[in-house]
Design a binder for this molecule. Structure first.
Ligand code: ATP
Length: 312
């Protein structure tokens, strides 16, 4: 097959602007309420048609290059569902920090579902993709939507918000992975029956107006993640201090960590925070929020025109 058959699609990262753990469900998962936000930090996924079988390659050595890769599993689930006999070669150019709470694997899975649905001309409904996505991971349905969205249930019931957050972000990867399962078991150990907090609802009902609303938000997993990794707690203290000093409206852990981020309305402040953290030796990314509309447009651009015969 020639390179002309290849198609490269974007796979964006997310942060959780807020995350509330409401309790444990009868199926063992946690009942969450979270505010998702896509950012323009992205992996690139290149898809090439093959006569049969799925192959996977990734530029990051820490990501599995076999059937356990979420992008591989996404392609396989679509093939099974739609009884496709053709194959695909998948290459992932990783830029999203791995195991950092930025949803890289889930985003890759959603990107493969959306791209192959189009390239294989399956024309499956969004709710079919949603169903396949849910089985791959709780964050996958969100990446089928993107932008600023409320996640309920396991985080897999996704409601895009009318008003989309527009901000500059500084993401810091402390380079110290934390196990998501270990963080949740710590939360469970400390989860006494309590009043549910309503900060995300209050944030949403303020219609995202003004910077002060960000003060309402926090991540219920942060304390547990920092208890799980006391060395990380010290590092996070420094990161947080710098972000706040430089004027972040919100500084928080994303998901179960260990990426930490600051939200800024002023690009100059974001630039200064980025420079200060980079000079302290941290791996830092400066990025912007991506609205629902921008997310859709990026996808429309990537998959807009397909004439290549070998995908038929
Ligand atoms: P989660 O909170 O769901 O564990 P995360 O956002 O913290 O996810 P990811 O970058 O998705 O972090 O990686 C989680 C784990 O998933 C990694 O340790 C990696 O081994 C595995 N994985 C499988 N497929 C992928 C993929 N395509 N990209 C990244 N990681 C993947």
């Amino acid at each position: 097959m020639s390179r002309a058959d290849e198609r490269t699609v974007p796979s964006f990262a997310k942060v959780n602007l807020g995350l509330e753990v409401l309790g444990t469900r009868s199926d063992g998962y946690h009942e969450l309420r979270t505010l998702f936000q896509t950012v323009d930090l992205r992996d690139d996924i290149t898809l090439r048609p093959r006569r049969q079988g799925i192959t996977i390659e990734c530029s990051h050595p820490g990501v599995p290059q076999d059937e356990s890769n979420l992008a591989w599993r996404a392609a396989e689930s679509l093939r099974r569902h739609a009884k496709v006999t053709r194959g695909v070669a998948i290459r992932i150019e990783k830029r999203i920090p791995v195991a950092g709470g930025l949803g890289g694997g889930s985003s890759n899975a959603a990107a493969v579902l959306m791209a192959l649905n189009r390239l294989w001309r399956l024309d499956l409904d969004p709710d079919v993709l949603n169903r396949l996505g849910r089985r791959l991971g709780a964050d996958v349905p969100y990446f089928l939507v993107g932008g600023t969205a409320l996640g309920l249930g396991r985080g897999d019931e996704v409601y895009p918000l009318r008003t989309q957050v527009k901000a500059h972000l500084v993401l810091v990867d402390p380079g110290r992975p934390v196990s998501t399962a270990a963080v949740f078991s710590r939360v469970d150990a400390g989860l006494t029956p309590r009043e549910n907090s309503y900060t995300i609802f209050r944030f949403v009902s303020r219609d995202l107006e003004g910077a002060t609303a960000f003060r309402l938000l926090s991540n219920d997993l942060e304390q547990a993640a920092l208890e799980e990794a006391p060395d990380l707690a010290r590092t996070v203290g420094r990161i947080r201090g710098t972000l706040v000093r430089e004027g972040a409206l919100l500084a928080a852990l994303s998901g179960s960590g260990s990426s930490y981020f600051g939200v800024f309305d002023d690009p100059q402040r974001a630039r200064r925070a980025h420079a200060a953290l980079a000079s302290q030796g941290f791996a830092v990314h400066r990025c912007r929020t991506l609205s629902l509309d921008q997310y859709r447009k990026a996808w429309a651009r990537a998959l807009g025109y397909i004439s290549v015969r070998s995908w038929r």
